[in-house]
Design a protein around this ligand. Structure first.
Ligand code: ARG
Length: 466
């Protein structure tokens, strides 16, 4: 047990308590961030005459060596150390001696860990944004190919009105677009540096917090030092945004599962993203989509766990906060896996356009349009609704569609019916006439596609490539 403290203690810590207290098994993930933060810290210490240039150089060299040795497998991160911070400091002192003991001047593990976690999360926010961008890209190209692929639109999982696959996918484009904007929003708010807050009350050394913030690519330093060490809002915001992404992915998964069922056959999932059964040879299961749906609960759990951990903590740092890491890492890992897998599954999925179109022709998806036809011929909408309702009942009895009826049969329900009804309620007309802003007509979809493209370009330019 390589403890960072000693003077104040006469006895040894109990082994179980040591293990319970330690975070090395999971915070070793922060190795790079910790080294990066320490390098910036000692550069600032030297620039302000708090340590010498030679000491700074020796610390930086030592830190780089530690990093390289861990990467080469020459140095192992073991449970002998409490956390990644003590692992690095102990090894630095072993390596360079007394200069190593100066690295922690004017710093606490409280502002150190607050910085490490922020640096790590900032990267994750960016990679989540990249993944969302890729999803938008796949959706947009599928949309471009399918502005005239007809399918039924559903409410209550009952066929409602006809629309196109482009329009359906366009709804998911909007969801993931909001998710992408949330990443940008979180980034803007979180990009401030807590280093230099000390344990909770700053320090008496003349630290230049602007310098470390700048060296580490932050917009500037955080304000109040107590808040700086105990703020985990940015993690909660990120986990909330991840939960919403998972909710979107879960809804999309549910649709893929339904579309993939024998009853629908709207899609064929690529073999690379489906599995078979060990007993039933005919099966091709949508396991990936089901697991994405399943993992949603777990990411919500991570968010609820961290919210609950934070809710009773008095200012400033308390050890409870160490619990932020496993929850956050779990949520990031799982959401990102799900995003990448789902995007690839979508990219490779085949849409059975014929089945979609056939399905749109059955189930009276043109009933609203038939009522609108009568309205255009002068009948009040409520009466037209009643006429078409009776017509639908008649068709159900005959097991046919409205368009299958002969004109004289139609005329028995209303004298207003004429030959032009067939064209008025054809699938093509039903979709093409939906010209309101945001509606599925190919004409409107072309506009939507253009603005999607514009959004993606701006997002790339102003955020991803900034
Ligand atoms: N492992 C700790 C954490 O993750 C590091 C900070 C420790 N600070 C302290 N005062 N014990 O939160």
């Amino acid at each position: 047990m390589a403890q960072l403290w000693g003077g104040r203690f006469t006895g040894e810590i109990n082994q179980l308590a040591w293990d319970f207290n330690a975070s090395i098994t999971f915070d070793k993930r922060l190795l790079h961030e910790d080294v990066k933060g320490s390098k910036a810290h000692v550069s600032m210490l030297a620039a302000n005459g708090i340590i010498s240039e030679t000491e700074k150089d020796s610390i930086i060299k030592g830190l780089d060596e530690i990093l390289a040795e861990v990467e080469d497998g020459k140095l192992e991160i073991t449970t002998e150390y409490e956390d990644v911070h003590s692992f690095i400091e102990s090894n630095l002192i072993k390596k360079i001696g007394d200069a190593g003991k100066k690295m922690h001047t004017g710093r606490s593990r409280n502002d150190q860990v607050a910085l490490d976690m922020r640096l790590y999360t900032r990267e994750q926010v960016l990679s989540t944004a990249e993944m969302l961008y890729n999803m938008l890209d796949v959706l947009n190209s599928k949309m471009e190919e399918n502005t005239e692929t007809y399918m039924p639109g559903f409410t209550h999982l009952q066929k409602a009105q006809p629309l196109t696959l482009a329009h359906h996918l366009g709804a998911y484009f909007e969801m993931f677009k909001r998710d992408a904007l949330r990443m940008q929003d979180i980034y803007e708010r979180m990009n401030y540096c807590p280093l230099g807050a000390g344990a909770l009350a700053g320090t008496t050394y003349p630290l230049d917090r602007n310098m470390t913030a700048e060296l580490l690519g932050f917009y500037g330093p955080t304000a109040n030092s107590m808040d700086s060490v105990s703020d985990r809002d940015y993690l909660l915001e990120y986990l909330s945004a991840l939960s919403i992404i998972m909710m979107h992915l879960s809804r999309f998964s549910e649709e893929v599962i339904i579309w993939n069922s024998n009853e629908y056959r709207f899609v064929e999932i690529d073999d690379a993203y489906s599995t078979g059964s060990s007993i039933m040879p005919q099966k091709k299961n949508p396991d990936i989509a089901e697991l994405v749906r399943g993992k949603t609960g777990r990411v919500y759990g991570d968010l609820m766990g961290l919210l609950t951990t934070m809710k009773g903590i008095p200012l400033a740092y308390n050890k409870d906060m160490q619990e932020d890491k496993e929850a956050a890492f779990d949520a990031m890992d799982n959401t990102q896996h799900c995003l990448v897998l789902f995007t690839d599954m979508m990219r490779t999925m085949k849409f059975n356009k014929d089945n979609m179109e056939k399905s749109a022709m059955r189930g009276f998806t043109n009933a609203t349009d038939a009522a609108d036809y009568l309205v255009n011929k002068g009948m009040p909408f409520r009466d037209a609704h009643g006429v078409i309702g009776r017509l639908v009942l008649y068709c159900i009895d005959k097991n046919c569609a409205i368009d299958d009826l002969k004109i004289n049969e139609l005329k028995e329900f209303s004298e207003l019916f004429a030959e032009d009804i067939y064209n008025a309620i054809s699938l093509k007309t039903c979709v093409e006439k939906r010209l309101t802003l945001g509606a599925p007509s190919p004409e409107m979809m072309k506009k939507e596609l253009l603005s999607n493209k514009e959004f993606m370009e701006d997002y790339k330019k102003n955020f991803l490539n900034k």
